[in-house]
Design a protein around this ligand. Structure first.
Ligand code: COA
Length: 260
């Protein structure tokens, strides 16, 4: 399927999603979010895709936020709908059962930082700049930034970023735990691919259930999270891949996982 604002490519079980409005620093308009929602459901249901890498077209930006041309027209009623719609798309990204890696190649601001926050893992180029500048426009983060940032980096860091609205460097993002790793610009996609390949080599259902245990567990009191973990652990024990993985270890050979 051809998209207006996204590029999509599949290679070696990785789906590459590129936000593609480089003249506007890949700003997210409604159309882009609709396309992202469609594409994520296609990738979720495609057995050939085991992991996603998300990045931005051009040298400058991952995503420089929501499209301010559209934002300027929002009313109270459609503003709420706009926020709920975007939150829904990013919730799908977060919970689709396949790992997503944000390859942050430049500005990741506002909605761009929120897209990265909804990914499973974040890698940043040394030149990237991240931030939640919404308060400078008279709004607050609307695609989950106020929630995911506080959960990922703690309340203090979230307050500072969201209330000051200033950009931080990739190194500072690493220091506060907003990104997992910082690499040279030319190493960004290779590093994301290497990470995706490590995950893809593991048992597919175990990867999916581990993500579910972490994602859903974060929303629960620890006791319930532990119960969820035990239930998913039990489910893993019913898979062919668990038999294969344990047998392969004992037979000192690489496992051949089938996702069953
Ligand atoms: N929405 C719409 N257009 C945007 C945009 C956004 N979020 N971010 C950048 N653009 C556009 C600019 O208006 C400009 O368009 P033009 O060439 O028609 O004038 C083009 O992208 C290039 O941006 P420019 O500002 O000239 O680049 P810069 O290198 O001087 O600055 C930024 C880069 C990211 C610092 C600056 O563009 C910026 O602050 N963008 C807005 C970030 C923001 O507040 N996002 C959160 C929205 S909730």
């Amino acid at each position: 399927m051809a998209y207006e604002n996204l590029l999509y490519e599949k290679k070696d079980q990785i789906g590459y999603i590129t936000f593609n409005r480089p003249k506007l620093l890949n700003a997210l308009n409604r159309k882009t979010m609709e396309e992202l929602g469609d594409l994520l459901s296609v990738a979720r249901d495609d057995a050939e895709v085991r992991a996603l890498i998300l990045t931005g077209a051009g040298e400058k930006a991952f995503i420089a936020g929501a499209d301010i041309n559209e934002l300027a027209q929002r009313t109270a009623i459609d503003g709420k709908e706009f926020s709920l719609f975007g939150q829904g798309v990013l919730h799908m990204l977060e919970t689709m059962g396949k790992p997503s890696i944000a390859a942050i190649n430049g500005y990741a601001l506002g909605g761009g930082c929120e897209v990265a926050l909804a990914c499973t893992i974040r890698l940043a180029s040394r030149t990237a700049k991240l931030g939640q500048p919404e308060v400078k426009l008279g709004i607050i983060p609307g695609y989950g930034g106020s929630q995911r940032l506080a959960r990922l980096c703690g309340k203090g860091a979230a307050h500072e970023l969201v209330l000051c609205g200033e950009m931080i460097s990739a190194e500072e993002a690493l220091r506060i735990g907003l990104v997992n790793r910082v690499v040279e610009p030319a190493e960004l996609i290779p590093a994301a691919e290497a990470l995706a390949k490590k995950i893809i080599a593991n048992a597919p259902l175990a990867v999916k259930f581990a993500m579910e245990a972490i994602e859903h567990g974060m929303e629960m009191p620890q006791e319930e999270g532990l119960f969820l973990e035990a239930a998913l652990f039990g489910l893993c024990c019913a898979t062919e891949d668990m038999r294969e993985g344990t047998r392969a270890f004992l037979e000192k050979r690489p496992a051949q996982f089938k996702g069953r």
